[in-house]
Design a protein around this ligand. Structure first.
Ligand SMILES: *Cc1c(COP(=O)(O)O)cnc(C)c1O
Length: 224
């Protein structure tokens, strides 16, 4: 068995364990394979093991992969958005997790082809108001969400959060529950919302405990 195969089994076991522990429906939790710094062979391997959604952070790197892999992959952009590359995100990806301004939404909408399905959008939240982290402050979330609904070629699907990892699970769950509250409030107000992109290799348990629907797993999938 290769590393990726072993890892997928490990991750699935964990997901089963935590969904039981926290009374979640396993159907509502998906894995996004974070493939930054991974090569085409690794992505193809994961694909043939059943992984169909992949997340990329850097446009240059992503575009090479998207053009050279002819598999039916759903590509998610999860990196920081740069305005001069936003047309590429709009044209080449199915999802963008890192929208933080109305201007992003305007441009993603503008460049999206009419022939494609609307681009799925998540608003990135900077939960702890960290200085160098991408994302909007919680107090602005409803305002931005509302602005996004006027664009026809993008579809607001939820929020993405990448909090710093606390030392213990209890502290993690305290803050992650706050994320869950915000998510549920938004969901009530915006019917298209159903996605909470929360959780990486290190914080799967707290994320599943707190309603994550999309885990963004990199190291845990590709590394030994
Ligand atoms: C790299 C990255 C991940 C994956 O983190 P791992 O610890 O490798 O699982 C998840 N989300 C974002 C936004 C990332 O940049």
């Amino acid at each position: 068995m290769n590393i990726i195969e072993k890892n997928i089994i490990k991750i699935k076991k964990k997901i089963i364990k935590y969904t039981q522990k926290y009374n979640r429906n396993i159907q509502n939790i998906k894995i996004l394979a974070v493939s930054k710094n991974r090569n085409i062979q690794e992505i193809e391997k994961a694909f043939y093991l059943g992984q169909t959604c992949f997340g990329e952070n850097y446009i240059q790197e992503a575009i090479k992969k998207i053009h050279n892999i002819s598999l039916n992959i759903q590509w998610h952009f999860i990196g920081k958005i740069q305005s001069n590359k936003i047309h590429i995100i709009s044209k080449k990806f199915s999802w963008c997790h890192s929208v933080t301004t109305e201007r992003h939404a305007y441009l993603l909408n503008k460049y999206r082809s009419n022939l494609e399905k609307p681009l799925n959008i998540l608003i990135q939240i900077n939960m702890d108001a960290e200085v160098n982290k991408n994302g909007i402050l919680i107090k602005n979330i409803f305002n931005i969400a509302h602005c996004l609904t006027k664009f026809k070629k993008i579809k607001l699907r939820g929020i993405m959060v990448f909090p710093y990892i606390r030392n213990n699970i209890k502290d993690q769950i305290v803050i992650y529950k706050k994320i869950n509250l915000i998510f549920n409030k938004l969901k009530k107000n915006f019917p298209s919302i159903n996605t909470l992109s929360l959780g990486t290799t290190q914080d799967m348990e707290a994320s599943i405990a707190s309603g994550s629907t999309l885990l963004r797993i990199g190291k845990g999938l590709f590394e030994n």
